[in-house]
Structures are given as C-alpha cells and as structure tokens.
Design a binder for this molecule. Structure first.
Ligand code: FAD
Length: 458
C-alpha cells in the first residue's frame, strides 16, 4: 500500500481540506457533529464540492489505511459522521436538489437535508417520505430506511429511492438502480452507510402540497386511553394519515396554556396529506378519544410541519437513543409506556411510536434490505438534553424505558434510531436479510472501509 500526503489530497479536490493546522475555530467547526456528546478529532475533514472530491477522500483514506467517516446531515446519534485520527468525507456542502415535475422525480445531492429537499419539491406540489425534522440529512435517513409523516401513504424513504450514484470503497463511482448494480441498489435501501458514499439520490415523488395537521396534547391521565385508541385506529386508518403518539414536556408556546408549560403530556402529532378540507373529519376519531388540553391543528404547507419541531432539537444537545420494532402494541406494552413515558426528563427528550404499516407493508421483506415489513410500529426513545452534568440520569431514563418495553417488542430495531452500544443487535435488525447484506458487503467493501455505521461486517 502506498501513501498520500494532505498536500496531494488538496491538489486533487476542489473543496477545502480542514486539518488541526487550520486553527481551532476552523477545525472545531469542521469536526463538530450534532450530538454534543461526540468529541472526535479527525486528521482531515474533506469538505466535498462534488462526486470527484468524494472519490478523492475515499481513495485517501484507503491508501493511507485511515478510518473513513461519511457525513451527510450529521445527525447520527452515535456520531458516525466523524472519527478520531481518520478522514471525514463531509458532504454537507453538496445540497443541491433538482426536481423534474414531468417525471415526478427529484435528485438530491448526498449532503442535502430534508429542509432543502422539501422546499424544492413543495414548489411543484410534490414530496416524498422524509424525516420529521428539517435539519436531518437525506443521506443517512434514506440509507437506513426513512420513517416520517408520509410513510403510511408513500412508504419508507428508501422505498421511493429510484437510483443512487455511489462511490464504492475502491474509489469508483457506480450507479445503483433496478437495472444496474441491482445487488447494491437492494442493499442501499435500508442497509445504512455500509456499502459506499452516495453522492446523489434519485427519488419518486407523490402529490403532497398543503397538509392538515399538527400536535394535539392530552392529559397524562388519558395516556392509556389515547394509546389504545390510537393503536386500534391507525391499523386501518386512511393511508393519507400519518399520526404518531409521543410523550413530551410542553414547551413555552402560545397555543399551550401558560400555566401548563413545562408539564409532561401525551401527544398525537398528525399529518393528513389528503385534501386539507377533509383533514378535520379525518382526525376526529383521534381528537375525540380524550379531553384535549391544547392543539395546533390546521392546514399548512407540508414543509411547515416538517420544520415545526426543529426548535426543540437544536444542534449541540447531548443524545442517547434506543429503538425497537413492534408488531403488536399490546396492553402490556402500553402499561410499560405508561410507567416510563410520563417521566420524560427534558423538553428536548421524547418517545415516538411511529406507524410503519400501509404502504410500508406492501413491500416484501426481502425486496429491500429493510426487513421488518410485518412490524406495525418503530419506537424510538430519544433522550436529548443540554447539560452534560445530566448524562447519567438521562441515559438511565432511556435504558430503563427500553428494558421495560423490549419484552413487548421485536428483537431488532430501526438502525437509524440506535446508539453506539447497539452494534450487537445488527443481525436482529436485518433478520432474514442479514446474510445477503454480508454478501453484498463482500462484493463492494471487502475490507470494511465503510465501518463507521451500524456495521455489517464482510
Ligand atoms: P450523518 O451523521 O451525516 O450520517 C449518518 C450515517 O449515514 C453515517 O453512517 C454516514 O456514513 C451515513 N451517511 C450519511 N450520508 C451518506 C451518504 N450520502 N452516503 C453514504 N452514507 C451516508 N430518522 C427517521 O427515519 N425519521 C425521522 O423522522 C428522524 N428524525 C430525526 C430527528 C433528529 C433530531 C435526529 C437526530 C435523527 C432523526 N432520525 C430520523 C434519525 C436519522 O435518520 C439518523 O440519525 C440518520 O443517520 C441521519 O442522517 P444524516 O445524514 O443526518 O447523518
């Protein structure tokens, strides 16, 4: 194996290459990721300007036998978008989104966020399933599966992925689609960042412009009734309806009575993507299950709902998350939620029970890498808090909650909602698809260059 100097790398790329020699301000800005618990010092951050720069960064890491981290939106809770002593291929400057309204498709560069994506497609009355926070990256979210407000109607984000331009471990760029590198295309749809760096994602779009939705807050004493009614209703609710329950401390917002700010509630967050004038009627079965304390329901542009909660989760919080798939939300499972949900420790922390039925169930378990097509829900226990002094207490809340709900859940969980101590669950997360993923890994990344992820070992 040869070696390559940083100067040689700089000659090859168009974007800046940031190293510790650039001074603390520049270097710290370049190495920082969203989860403030992660404090790593890479040897170089390549701020890629185009696919050629990504190829150079991949080559540089491989030739010098350095760790390679790939960063899209930077939201990975385990901090997979950075590393100690290695190379970061930072795609955050590659955020272009091109919409083709005639074919109802859009192409997003590998570092685009859902805010970038939704703003571009909304202009045409189009959208695809993305995350519920606008600052999350299209890249990491789609490669892990992609769950959001539109999943019941449009499927997972990865179900709408038509093709991807991928820089593989040998530094080549290949196109993965139904017609080319079909095995890679299969693995990219749920298999995470294991197989290469995607410089461009092509998505199918559906008709979504203005939605009717927002949060509804109910008293904690209604939580059992709300969860049971939600479970029964969402099983065969119209697929235009995205809705998930959450435990959440009320932030100081004008639609919530001032004397209730800071108290925990059970919420339903709803997104009716059918005709907005039918939204009120569509949501009535959920709205009427218990007395409503506060609500902010109404018609709004889809991107507005998609950024409505951004303020609760600014960059720089401490994060510790756990996740499970759930086939049946039994009464016993609900009892476990009722024990731990009300103890949600901070206004930033939350528990979401996302429905993944409807269109998600119409994809066969082996049609993409995302295997849990029979699960009805993906649960995330998302601990987020500002002060590192609270790390122990808040991590304990996540762990205790997880341990109480795990016996009522599937063995596997959604890779994108998992922590760095969840690597041992990798086979369970992919069930029957795991061995095939290993085969694809052996073909495209036999030396495991892309190992900073929920890792599928070759
Ligand atoms: P990064 O940290 O940049 O990357 C995460 C992983 O993806 C890394 O392993 C990286 O190598 C890989 N990766 C990123 N981009 C590329 C690329 N272009 N090519 C190859 N590999 C790449 N998930 C949901 O499904 N739905 C949600 O609604 C949702 N909401 C979230 C809200 C918040 C506040 C946070 C923190 C996370 C949320 N997630 C959600 C989880 C999210 O899907 C994961 O954190 C995901 O990894 C974020 O992707 P990213 O590009 O922002 O992260």
């Amino acid at each position: 194996m040869g070696s390559q100097s940083i100067d040689q790398l700089r000659e090859r790329v168009r974007g800046p290459v940031v190293t510790p020699d650039d001074g603390a301000d520049v270097y710290d800005e370049a190495r920082t990721v969203y989860n403030a618990m992660i404090d790593r010092r890479p040897a170089a951050v390549v701020r890629c300007a185009h696919a050629g720069d990504v190829m150079a960064a991949v080559d540089f890491a491989r030739v010098n036998a350095l760790d390679l981290a790939v960063r899209g939106g930077g939201h990975s809770v385990p901090g997979f978008g950075t590393c100690d002593g290695g190379v970061v291929a930072d795609l955050s400057a590659m955020r272009g989104v091109r919409v083709d309204p005639a074919s109802r498709t859009a192409r997003a560069e590998g570092g685009a966020t859902w805010g970038d994506f939704n703003a571009a497609t909304h202009a045409f009355g189009l959208a695809t399933t993305g995350g519920i926070i606008s600052t999350t990256g299209v890249g990491g979210l789609t490669l892990g599966g992609g769950i959001g407000h539109l999943s019941r109607g449009l499927g997972l984000s990865c179900d709408n992925l038509l093709s991807a331009d991928v820089v593989t471990a040998d530094g080549r760029l290949v196109v993965a689609s139904e017609r080319e590198h079909e095995d890679l295309y299969w693995a990219l749809r749920g298999g995470g960042g294991n197989f290469g760096t995607v410089t461009s994602f092509e998505f199918r779009l559906g008709s979504v412009k203005d939605i009717y939705g927002g949060p509804i807050l109910y008293e904690l004493e209604s939580a059992g009734a709300v969860l049971r009614a939600y479970r029964d209703f969402i099983a065969d609710a119209p697929e235009e309806l995205g809705a998930f329950p959450a435990f959440q401390i009320a932030p100081p917002l004008p639609f919530i009575p001032e004397d209730r700010h800071g108290e925990p509630f059970i919420l339903i967050v709803a997104c009716w993507a059918g005709p907005p004038e039918e939204g009120e009627r569509a949501l009535r079965p959920l709205r009427d299950v218990a007395p409503v304390v506060a609500e902010m329901l109404g018609p709004m542009p889809y991107p507005a709902l998609n950024s409505a909660f951004d303020g609760l989760v600014p960059p720089g919080l401490q994060h510790y998350w756990k996740a499970n798939f759930v086939t049946e939300l039994t009464d016993d499972a609900i009892e476990a939620h009722l024990l731990h949900g009300p103890r949600v420790p901070t206004v930033n922390s939350t528990v979401h029970i996302y429905p993944i039925n409807g269109a998600c169930h119409r994809v066969a378990p082996d049609a993409t890498a995302f295997a849990y097509r029979d699960a009805s829900f993906a649960t995330v226990i998302a601990g987020m808090w500002p002060d590192p002094a609270d790390n122990e207490a808040n991590t304990a809340w996540v762990r205790d909650y997880y341990e109480a709900t795990a016996p009522h859940s599937e063995e596997g969980g959604y890779v994108n909602f998992m922590a760095s101590d969840d690597q041992s669950r990798i086979r369970a997360n992919y069930k029957g698809n795991y061995d095939r993923l290993v085969d694809v890994k052996r073909t495209y990344d036999p030396d495991n260059l892309f190992h900073l992820n929920q890792n599928i070992k070759p």
